[in-house]
Design a protein around this ligand. Structure first.
Ligand SMILES: NC(=O)c1ccc[n+]([C@@H]2O[C@H](COP(=O)([O-])OP(=O)(O)OC[C@H]3O[C@@H](n4cnc5c(N)ncnc54)[C@H](OP(=O)(O)O)[C@@H]3O)[C@@H](O)[C@H]2O)c1
Length: 313
């Protein structure tokens, strides 16, 4: 465990070995950095070999994950690997179950067996969106295969040990890969105007802020479910306009539409919650909150602009 001096110096995880699953993903990349900043030794588990991956392992393979965790000898694990393609999950429910449910179950059993503490990342999509804002113990009622498979993963984690934790988050952006602010800027580079839905609401969350707050929860070892997002709720339309303004583009180039009208033009297999806004009560009670979403977005925009300028799509 961390000693008092290390904690005072902001190195509360000094000496701890922390496995991150999904380490090459959007959130995982920030998690590895935030853990190193907190003095921990991060051990990056990825789906396949790569520059930022220490161990390539398929979480859906119980023997492989057992072996990898035995070798890593972690004090704690942050489980961020998932099948995150919501429409892909709808089209292949067996794969979603294998990765999001059984994958979480495999990680949870390996953690319990090895004595490592586990924090698993989950989603606002465990809710239908009909009764926001959602507190941590609100009844779950997923309306997509992705949401159901993530909920099954949550239950597997909580059943494996009552000391383990779940952190639900939402609308994550930052780093490489596809995310909403980057998609909006790419669309605006290609077309004079675009339409964005105004009747889908949630909490935009910067992966860098989320990673730091997850690391704080690892320090605290708080069990049970927490809701962690940047503060405040907005619509996809308002978020898109904010992205445009911060990029120095005319926000009027973004016009509002409804989910119903959008889906007539661009049908999607999976339903999304209309308003899956999460309320952070439990993490806030121990002092863990994130800044307002608009502040986080504003501070991330220069990096996003650089990424786009250097040709990253
Ligand atoms: N993105 C969001 O808006 C959002 C919102 C709420 C909650 N979350 C949750 O936040 C967590 C992190 O999401 P993210 O945005 O960082 O997603 P991401 O960029 O898609 O990262 C997920 C990572 O998991 C890996 N993975 C997938 N299947 C795997 C398997 N069978 N074995 C090992 N690794 C596997 C992926 O590798 P490959 O790509 O190589 O398969 C990827 O690197 C997930 O639990 C997600 O459900 C995300």
């Amino acid at each position: 465990m961390a000693d008092g001096n290390a904690e005072i110096a902001g190195m509360a995880l000094a000496g701890q070995r922390i496995v991150v699953t999904g380490a090459a993903g959007q959130l995982g990349t920030y998690l590895v950095r935030a853990l190193a900043d907190a003095g921990a030794t991060p051990i990056a588990f990825g789906h396949r070999e790569g520059p930022n991956v220490d161990t390539a392992v398929d979480i859906a393979d119980p023997r492989a994950i057992d072996r990898a965790i035995d070798e890593a000898e972690p004090d704690a694990i942050i489980h961020a690997a998932a099948m995150t393609d919501v429409d892909g999950c709808e089209k292949d429910a067996a794969a979603a179950d294998r990765i999001n449910h059984l994958g979480a179950d495999n990680v949870a059993h390996a953690a319990a067996r090895s004595g490592a503490w586990l924090l698993a990342v989950s989603t606002d999509f465990v809710f239908s969106g009909a009764a926001p804002p959602y507190v941590e113990d609100a009844p779950t009622d997923p309306i997509s295969v992705y949401g159901s498979s993530k909920r099954a993963g949550e239950m597997a984690v909580l059943e494996a040990s009552d000391t383990f934790a779940i952190a639900r988050t939402a609308w994550v952006y930052g780093g490489k890969g596809k995310h909403f602010p980057r998609s909006i800027l790419n669309l605006l580079a290609a077309r004079p105007t675009i339409e964005v839905v105004e009747d889908e609401r949630g909490n935009p969350t910067f992966a860098g802020d989320l990673a730091k707050s997850l690391v704080r929860l690892v320090e605290l070892r708080q069990p049970g479910i927490v809701h962690l997002t940047n503060q405040g709720t907005t619509s996809r339309f308002e978020l898109a306009r904010q992205v445009a303004s911060l990029a120095g583009l005319d926000p009027e180039r973004i016009q509002p539409t409804s989910v119903e009208a959008f889906l007539l033009q661009y049908p999607l297999p999976a339903r999304r919650p209309a308003d899956s806004s999460l309320k952070n009560e439990r993490a806030a009670a121990v002092g863990v909150t994130l800044r307002p979403w608009s502040d986080a977005l504003a501070s991330h925009m220069p990096q996003l602009a650089n990424e786009l300028q250097s040709g990253q799509k």
